[in-house]
Design a protein around this ligand. Sequence first.
Ligand SMILES: Nc1nc2c(ncn2[C@@H]2O[C@H](COP(=O)(O)OP(=O)(O)OP(=O)(O)O)[C@@H](O)[C@H]2O)c(=O)[nH]1
Ligand SMILES: [Mg+2]
Length: 411
Amino acid sequence: MSDDRGFWTGLRHRLHQALSAPSVDSDELEKAVNMAADREPAPVIWLLGLAQSGKTSIVRALTGSSRAQIGDGFRPCTRTASIYDFPPEVPLVRFLDTRGLGEVGYDPAEDIALCEEQSHLLIVVVRASEPRPQAVLDVLKKVRKRHPDWPVVFAQTCLHQGYSDRQTEHVLPYPFGDDAWQAKVPEGLARLLLAQREFFADLPGNGPLLWVPIDFTRPDDGFEPVDYGLDALWSAIEEAASLGLEMRLRTDPGVTDLYSRAAHPHIVGFSLAAGTVGALPVIDLALLPALQAGLLHRLAGLYKQRWTARSSAEFLGLLGSGFAAAYGARLAGRSLVKLIPVWGQTAGAVWGASTSGAITFALGKAACSYLDRKREGHDISANALRQAYRDGLDQGRKLLRQQQSRTGSPS
Ligand SMILES: Nc1nc2c(ncn2[C@@H]2O[C@H](COP(=O)(O)OP(=O)(O)OP(=O)(O)O)[C@@H](O)[C@H]2O)c(=O)[nH]1
Ligand SMILES: [Mg+2]
């Protein structure tokens, strides 16, 4: 047991060092992330549509990336395709934003071939007020001939342009998930949306077509919420990707505060990366604290705080033996820890994907509780923090199990 303790203390020490450093050791983090990405690349989702249909607005709403430049509604904006990873360091999914179709003098053939090569599914973006976007249909037909099984999510944007002057608010709750939606939305809008569905109805191929009306407005447009339909769009992406993304991308049910919601995909991304690194036959254990520190730094950023030597010591101190015991219990049971010759190298069988992934998940959830209390200017009790960690372990194990059953990778 003393070996175990030394081992876990070492890990904790590494994590503390990494958290106390003024910045993340990006080399180690990058190495770990690349290793995970090589083993399991994230699916690429290609956004296709006319110029100024709202492709980049969708990328911005889904990823929160400020790099995504949105146009003025008149002139074409995005000139070359670019990839947006979500979450950025440990992508669970990658969005390929592209140049708009339909611009005079722009032959998209070359760009399209390139996008098609990299992608796994499509989000077609069409303004609700554009019932017959011929240039989009032409491309889509060709793509689906070559990839008949690709699912297509149709994002029908700028809904309020189909409202009458009297309709100054969105229909809430969001009605489009319901079969009877047509009776619930303004008549003019229903007509536009149905005409568009009709227009694309004869696409070749057998992959599912999913329709998601959305309206991502500017605050001064006066519509609430400004990201109307965002949850439905995530659901459609999950369904289309059918990659068990639910647990990965969206927050756990019941979590309503904005910070936790924003934190969740990062925790999942880093935990899956930790799981992948942990499953390798021979791993460099320095990579695991690097990933965990990367996650905790990222979370601190989201909570508008920074880790210091002091806060890191306090956080790990409050977690106390719970942190090590959770590892220890699992490993001592298998009496395998004694096989670990030196800190820094071990066999993946000892470590295991679920252990490293679940612990990373639990650390992330515990860190959210810690950072949340700090943000409000309060201290957190050791009990509350350990409870958050234990709950995180359960949830993390479920996530990793789900991941393993999907990929068939070892635990
Ligand atoms: N009301 C509303 N406006 C939107 C929506 N989506 C996009 N817009 C607006 O439409 C304009 C174009 O949005 P972009 O996201 O730049 O469109 P894009 O398809 O990336 O355009 P290109 O890069 O030129 O191909 C911007 O002024 C957005 O604010 C939407 O769902 N509702
Ligand atoms: Mg754009």
